[in-house]
Write a protein that binds this ligand. Sequence first.
Ligand code: NAP
Length: 283
Amino acid sequence: MKAIKMNNGVEIPVLGFGTYQITDFQEAEAAVLAALQAGYRHIDTAQSYMNEEAVGRGLAKSGIPREELFVTTKIWVENVSYEGVKTSFQQSLDRLKLEYIDLLLLHQPYNDVYGAWRAMEELLAENKVRSIGISNFAVDRAVDLAEFNEVTPQINQLEINPFHQQTRNIQALREENILPEAWAPFAEGKNDIFKNEVLVGIGQKYHKSVAQVIIRWLIEQDIVVLAKSVKPERMAENLDVFDFSLTDEDKQAIAALDAGESQFFSHADPAMIKWMASRKLDI
Ligand code: NAP
C-alpha cells in the first residue's frame, strides 16, 4: 500500500482502519483481526474508545510481524499533562500488549497540552513511540505548539469529508509540514452521504461505491484516511481503491459539496469542552 513520509521520515500507510464505536470486546477483536486479514496494516485506536485491549488481541491473533504494523493510539483529555501522558501511555501499551506505538496523538486540544507534549517528546527520544501528533487542533493551536517546542507534530488528525473539506486548514498545516489525517471520511453516514447524487454519479463511471470515491479523493490529495467498518465485505471494498483515478471534473464536483462546517460539533464550543473535561475513563 502507498505510504506517506511524515516530517520525521517515518512512513505511514495512507489508508488505516478506524476502531471508534467498536466497544464490545469480541466485536473489536474480530473486527481488527478481519481488517488485518483483509490487508490493512494501519490500525487507529484511542484510550477513549475503550477497546485498546481488544485491539491488542486482534493484532496478536493475526500473527503479523510487529514491524509490518502501524498502530496509533490517543491520549484522552483527563491524561493530558506531563505525568498523565507518562502514566497513561504505559497503561495503553500494556492494554495493547505492545512494546512501542507508531503514532501517539493528543486526542483533543484541551488541558495541559504543553506538559503533555514534553512527555511525548521524551517518549519519542526513548523510542517508545515512532512519531507524535495532535488531533482536532485548530491551525493556530497547531502552529503555536510547533513554534514553541522542539518537535513539530507529525500529524493533525481532523474531521475531513466531502461536506467538511477543511481546504484552508489543510493548506496551512502543509505549510508547517504537518500531515493531515482524515477522521470520519464518510461523515459517519450523516447527511445521506452514501446516497449523495454527485458521489454516486462519479462512482458509477468507475464501477466504484461512494465510500471508494471518497477514499480515493482523499488519498489523491495525500491525506491519510481512516475508514471504519465492522463488516468484512466493506473492509475489503474500502481497500479496493488503487485501480482508478479521479478527473479534474470529478474533483471540482466534489469540491462543490463542501458545506464548510463540521457534521458533528465545533471544537471551540464551550459546552463541548466542558463535556470532554468531565468525561473520565473507567478502564
Ligand atoms: P466513518 O469512517 O466516516 O464512518 C463509519 C460508518 O460508515 C460506519 O457506520 C460504517 O458502518 C459505515 N461504512 C464503512 N464503510 C462503508 C461502506 N463501504 N459502505 C457503506 N457504509 C460504510 O466514521 P468514523 O468511524 O467516525 O471515522 C473513522 C475513524 O477515524 C474512527 O473509527 C476513528 O479511528 C477515527 N476517529 C477519530 C476521531 C478523533 O477525534 N480523532 C473522531 C472520530 C473518528 P459499518 O461499520 O456497519 O460497516
